[in-house]
Structure formats: structure tokens, C-alpha cells
Design a protein around this ligand. Sequence first.
Ligand SMILES: NC(=O)c1ccc[n+]([C@@H]2O[C@H](COP(=O)([O-])OP(=O)(O)OC[C@H]3O[C@@H](n4cnc5c(N)ncnc54)[C@H](O)[C@@H]3O)[C@@H](O)[C@H]2O)c1
Length: 381
Amino acid sequence: MENKKLSRRTFVNLISASGIGAALPISAFSIIPGKTNNKINIGVIGTGNRGTSLLRGLLAIENVEVPALCDIDKNKLDNAIKICKDAGRKEPEGYTGDEYSFKKLMERDDIDAVIIATYWEWHTPMALYAMKQGKYPGIEVPAALSLEECWALVNTSEETGIPCMMLENWSFRKDNLAVLNMIRKGLLGNIVHSHCAHSHDCIDHWFFDPKDGHQRWPAKYLINYNRDQYPTHSLGPILSWMDINCGDHIEQIYSCATASTGINSYFKRRFGDDHPNTKLKYKQGDIVTSTLKTKNGKTIILNYDMQLPRPYDNRWMVQGTLGIYNEQRDAVNIASRSPEYHEWEPFRPYEEEFMHKWWKDHNTEDGHGGVDGLELELSQG
Ligand SMILES: NC(=O)c1ccc[n+]([C@@H]2O[C@H](COP(=O)([O-])OP(=O)(O)OC[C@H]3O[C@@H](n4cnc5c(N)ncnc54)[C@H](O)[C@@H]3O)[C@@H](O)[C@H]2O)c1
């Protein structure tokens, strides 16, 4: 790809078409101490699928430089270096060799921020090291795997004064931000209850290799744990809708999992009885349902649903004293406005009327790329 000097609109369209993008702390670049120009130097750690998507998005922004990349896999690293050269950019320095090579990248004086798109277990350790080196980390989801890791991120950010952002792109969707606007303007009244799910069959391509079924790195989590493995895409927008950690907070969580049958069923169907993964025991239940209750009495129903055959779904719903939004129906009912008191009406006119200011300059189609592009745009201040 040629290195083009893109307008904001062109950039977002490009991102939308290619399904790529990234995010960094929204106001981070404008407040980096000692910055005398608006050039931002970003290192990318983990140049696999998501990392290279994010990299392409960064390369499309004229005031972003990518001086260094890191991956334990030399082929992945070389591929990412080629992406930079093909974009007409200066060849970045590559760091590889062992799992701690990222430290050398983070110790460079010329790096302002890092994108971390590695395996889950590396997210928190890498972000902690970045902050200690004075680098702004943008961490792919999930940012942390335990309460201890969450507190380590918060405490280190406070100690170092370095902001740290989890790259939860679904919070930036056009529909979800319009709903946030409606809630802030009081259309739904006091928020009482919501639903959400990450319903995305990832057994046939992400947890396991689609060709021969061998275990990719996330498979170990299905073998060793029974939990909601990936809650951030579903929960992200809800946390804003419900003012979580902004006047309210989660006080109770009760989670319940079904038996684990879907992964074995997939392997039997696809690879037959003799494949080792057909007989393997997985701790992870097929569907996990969590009920969360906030201090102010709101409730959330959250589903993990990533290992049964099904189309993609998020099932967002939010309900208040004056109205309800339902993403699956693409509909609302607002007591003070809807023509029929108990009938659904289409959401799209509301999305237009209450479009968030961040989306007003962006005529991209809704979708992964458009959302990621908005995040990238915002990160440029
Ligand atoms: N926000 C989204 O929409 C979205 C979409 C897909 C994936 N993700 C997240 O992105 C992350 C990466 O997922 P992926 O699908 O790109 O996986 P991937 O396997 O394609 O890429 C991960 C890369 O990290 C590298 N890596 C692992 N440990 C490393 C270390 N210590 N040092 C340097 N490199 C290391 C691997 O070699 C690999 O190239 C995951 O956290 C995933 O949850 C987010």
C-alpha cells in the first residue's frame, strides 16, 4: 500500500473497507510531556492478525511514525516490516528472539506509545513495563486476566502518571454511541437493566486451526478454565450506558455455565472420532450466563457464547423508567415519543437524531472497520 497523506474522511473510509483500525488513549497524544511536534512514534508488539490490522491503520495516518515492531515469530515480524516498507515508510527496526524482546523496544527513547496485540497472558506485564518506561500503552482486549492484574494496571498508571487504555472498539460503534447520547439526554429515564452477549463461534478458526484442528494459543484457556473468556466487546458499551465507575459500580456477579459439549461436537463433526481434540476434556462450558448487580440497583445479564455453531450476535438491550432500546430488533420504545405506547418503532431515525458528535464527520457504514477508524481518529486528538 502506498503511503498516502489522507484526509480524515478518506482515512476512515479506508479503514472501513479493510476492516482495520486501532486505538490509543484519546487525549494521550496531545498531552505527552516534552512533545515539541505533532509526530507520534508508536511501536507495535504482536504483529499477528490484529496487530497487522492495527499497523495498517497507523500507517495511514500522516503524523504517526512506526519506528519499531516486535514479535516472537520472525515470519510475522518480517511480514509486518514489509507492510511498513510497502506503505512507503522507513523500515522499522524489528525486535524478536525471545518473549522479553519487547523490553528493548520499550526502552527506546524515540517511542511515545505502544500497541500491544499479543497473547492474553502478556497484555498486563507488557503494559506495566511500558508505563514504567514512560510509554503510553494501548492494550488489545482483554487488558487483564485477573483482579490482581486489573489493580496492577490502575496502580501503575497512578504511580507513573501514564494513561493506559484497553482498545475496546465496540464502545465506539455509531449505534452504541447514539444510545449513550439518548441515555444522557434522559430519553430512557433512569436506567434499570440491560442485556448483552458475545455470541461468536470462534472454535472453527480462532481457538483452533481450521485446517487440521491443532490448538492455537487461546485453546489452552478452554482446556483449563470455565469462565466468561471474552466479556469486553459485549460489556463495553453497557458500562458507559450504566455509568459504571462513573457514579455507580458493579457490586455483585453471579455466573453459571452450561456443560461443555460444543467443542467435542465440533471436532467429531469436522475431524472424526480419532482426532485428539474430539476426545479431549474441556473445562469451558458452552454458554456462561452472568448476572451483575450495581450498587445503585441496576442489573446486567451477560452471555459468553463462543463455541456453538451460530451467526455473530451481541444482543444489546437497555431498559429504563421511560423507554427501551433493543439492538436485535433495531428498535426502541420511548414512552414520551413513540407513536404507539407499547409498540416498537425503528431505531435508525433515533441514531440519526442522536448521532454522537464523534460520528458526525464520519459517513462510514457501521461495522468493525468504521468503528476502529473512529478510535484511531480520536487518538490523534
Ligand atoms: N478488538 C478486536 O476487535 C480484536 C479482534 C481480534 C483479536 N483481538 C485481540 O488481539 C490480540 C491478538 O489476537 P490475534 O488474533 O491477532 O492473535 P495472533 O496469534 O494472530 O497474534 C498474536 C501475535 O503475538 C505474538 N506474540 C505472542 N507473545 C509475544 C511476546 N511475548 N512478544 C512478542 N510477540 C508475541 C505472536 O507471535 C503473534 O504473532 C488478542 O488479545 C485478541 O483478543 C481483538
